[in-house]
Ligand binder design. Structure first.
Ligand code: V47
Ligand code: SF4
Length: 389
């Protein structure tokens, strides 16, 4: 494997790029200036080869997915992010949906007896769904299925909930954790830089607030993910600023599992006039994130946003995780222009997708403990228990 990076070092004509390749070989951290150079001058082939080198050093060919399902409690939201195709303002709440606690529990119960390890719960910020409501939901999910990992609430939802309940971040987080909240998803991060944030999502929690909520979770021993919504009005500098703040917090807490770049989709939102990024730029971003975020163990391609084939491609550009079965009957992604109308993949679909590009499919739990190695599982064999699919 070092031979391939030696070729990159030997053949790079730009001295800055050559030095970055040397740093990657030596497992040294790259600076913000070097990251900018990669964005400005690093070819797809160059950044891809470096990212793949790092990915294979960290994980070999292992490619993770999990068996999960999503619940979106509501799409009614007090905020009005310009890029959001999904929310309905509270004033128009009759156009949206609001699930009761019993309805959400009924969804959980549909997975009884199935080997699902995680429920992912995120939605709009509904003014009436408060701390007490979600504490009750957490408690009831755990009472019904104690082993199900509950990954729930973006920092945006949490910030609003804690403020309304007049709780500090630490108190609020502790209460939810005690009720059954196990970890936090990475949503709501968008772009932290205030110059961009004020143009795309001015009224919700700011970058510092988002980071403070994740820090508080990490201090309680909880893990979390981090996203970045890219490919709209942000410049390379803003992406680097975003990733630098994440890298700094990760140095402090070590609590992040996964970085998830989210490609801006432009259907039916107030930013529809902005063209979507092209696939080569998507892959360059994945690769550069893998190189820059040296303290993040995992890089995830979220297949409903990116599409299945592009998710496969991303596995050669630093990505080692393609999320999960998802089984989402609501519309958060299709409403923004994703090709997936009601995203769901069976385990066989996910495993096939990974095997087709010669990687090793590993089912993981939320915290990346290995659940099963699928490299030798034959889904067509008569002995295969299809009910587990
Ligand atoms: O924060 C909203 C994004 C996020 C659009 O942690 C859009 O495992 C693209 O964070 N185009 C929510 N993106 C989803 C999210 C997530 C998803 C999957 C896994 C995990 C995880 C987290 O969706 C929002 C926002 O950044 N989003 N609108 C859009 N038009
Ligand atoms: Fe509300 Fe989230 Fe949509 Fe923003 S992105 S309007 S916070 S649902």
């Amino acid at each position: 494997m070092t031979e391939s990076i030696d070729i990159l070092i030997d053949t790079a004509t730009d001295t800055g790029l050559k030095s970055i390749a040397q740093k990657v070989k030596n497992k040294e951290r790259i600076s913000d200036e070097e990251c900018l150079l990669l964005f400005e001058k690093g070819s797809l082939a160059f950044v891809g080869a470096l990212a793949n080198f790092i990915r294979e050093q960290l994980h070999g060919d292992r490619t993770y997915f999990n068996r999960n399902f999503h619940i979106e409690p509501t799409n009614v939201c007090v905020f009005s992010c310009e890029f959001c195709s999904y929310s309905r303002l509270y004033a128009h709440k009759e156009e949206g949906w609001e699930l009761s606690i019993d309805q959400m529990l009924d969804i959980v119960k549909t997975y009884d007896g199935k080997p699902i390890t995680e429920v992912h719960i995120v939605g709009g910020v509904h003014p009436k769904m408060n701390m007490a409501y979600f504490i009750e939901l957490m408690q009831k999910i755990k009472a019904h299925r104690p082993d199900l990992h509950v990954k729930a609430f973006t920092a945006v939802e949490l910030d609003y909930m804690f403020r309304k309940a007049k709780l500090t971040i630490e108190e609020g987080m502790k209460q939810l954790h005690e009720a059954g909240l196990d970890s936090l998803p990475g949503g709501g991060a968008e772009i932290f830089h205030p110059d961009i944030r004020k143009q795309i999502c001015e009224d919700k929690v700011d970058g510092d607030g988002w980071l403070a909520i994740h820090e508080a979770a990490h201090k309680l021993g909880m893990h979390s993910n981090a996203t970045m919504l890219y490919g709209h009005i942000e410049k390379y500098e803003h992406r680097i600023d975003h990733m630098r703040r994440l890298r700094e917090l990760q140095d402090k807490t070590g609590g992040f599992n996964t970085f998830i770049p989210l490609k801006f989709r432009n259907q039916d939102n107030a930013m529809s006039h902005i063209p979507e990024s092209v696939i080569t730029e998507d892959m360059r971003l994945y690769a550069i994130a893998r190189i820059y975020l040296d303290n993040f163990p995992h890089l995830k391609a979220y297949w409903p946003m990116l599409g299945r084939q592009n998710a496969q491609l991303s596995l050669s550009f630093g990505v080692n995780d393609i999320d999960g079965t998802i089984d989402d009957s609501t519309k958060i992604y299709s409403m923004a222009g994703s090709e997936e109308q009601t995203p769901a993949m069976s385990t066989a679909d996910l495993v096939t997708l990974i095997k087709q590009v010669n990687r090793t499919p590993i089912e993981r739990d939320t915290l990346y403990n290995e659940v099963k190695d699928y490299s030798t599982v034959d889904f067509t064999a008569a002995s295969f228990d299809a009910s587990l699919n």
